[in-house]
Design a binder for this molecule. Structure first.
Ligand code: HPA
Length: 248
């Protein structure tokens, strides 16, 4: 099994990864967000891709999700852990928490969302009842326990189109629908990984209260400050996951 990490907002590099090469991959869907780093971490070989490119410029609705997932599979990744920044909707989703979602609702639109283009190709009616891989989620929980990292286990991720943030009424509707957190990048990434048979799970960091859940304005600077404060936790979690599941 080979792990790839997809970094989100504020995760430019995977610290501690000794990069051995950098792959520019051309895919049938165009180019990934940037070159994929290949490196070693604690004795395991793994890949890292920043989905917003470098320096962090591609907005969520313009990311070439198909090229990203295709490139990682092409390079030999079997498992993907995605890092996502999200807003907290329900009271338990406090700012600064790390969350392992178990479900999602897709409110995004107009994105290239499948490898199934008809035209005589393979029909890809994937089973998406459980969008996140249960075994990989369990491995993340084991890793968190071993690394003494606090996690919220289970949340419904609502995928907004962006790039603007939501209105308070949109967040209220998401809460009525059952969403716990809101972000912009879980889809179509999660479904595309399933279409290619890759195991996929998300580590979502709550970086702000969602719209209407706090009197403070939501700013990118505020989100980045929370992300950099929490980056050490994410790093510890990934390091332990690699030790438990991908080494030797
Ligand atoms: N909404 C949507 N996406 C986000 C948010 C939010 O509040 N915070 C981080 N990504």
């Amino acid at each position: 099994m080979t792990l790839a990490i997809i970094g989100g907002t504020g995760i430019e590099q995977l610290e501690g990864l000794e990069t051995v090469s950098s792959h520019r991959v051309d895919t049938p869907y165009g180019e990934p967000s940037r070159a994929v780093d290949e490196g070693r971490l604690g004795g395991a070989r793994l890949f890292f891709l920043q989905r917003h490119g470098s320096p962090d410029a591609i907005p969520p609705h313009s990311i070439n999700y198909r090229a990203n997932i295709w490139a990682l599979r092409e390079l030999g990744a079997t498992d993907i852990v995605a890092i996502n920044a999200v807003g907290g909707i329900t009271p338990a989703m406090a700012t600064g928490s790390l969350v392992i979602p178990h479900q999602l609702i897709d409110y995004s639109w107009g994105r290239e969302h499948t490898f199934d283009e008809g035209a005589g190709g393979q029909l890809l009616h994937i089973d998406f009842t459980e969008p996140y891989d249960p075994e990989l989620r369990r491995a993340l929980l084991d890793a968190a326990a071993a690394a003494s990292v606090d996690l919220i286990v289970g949340a419904v991720y609502g995928v907004a189109q962006g790039p603007r943030l939501e209105t308070a009424a949109e967040v209220d509707r998401m809460e009525r629908d059952g969403c716990d957190v809101v972000g912009m990048t879980a889809m179509p990434e999660t479904a595309l990984a399933r279409e290619l048979g890759l195991a996929y799970a998300s580590v979502s960091m709550v970086v702000n209260p969602a719209a209407g859940r706090s009197s403070e304005p939501i700013t990118l600077e505020g989100m980045r400050a929370i992300l950099s404060a929490g980056a050490a936790q994410v790093r510890a979690l990934i390091r332990e996951l690699v030790a438990l599941r991908y080494s030797g």
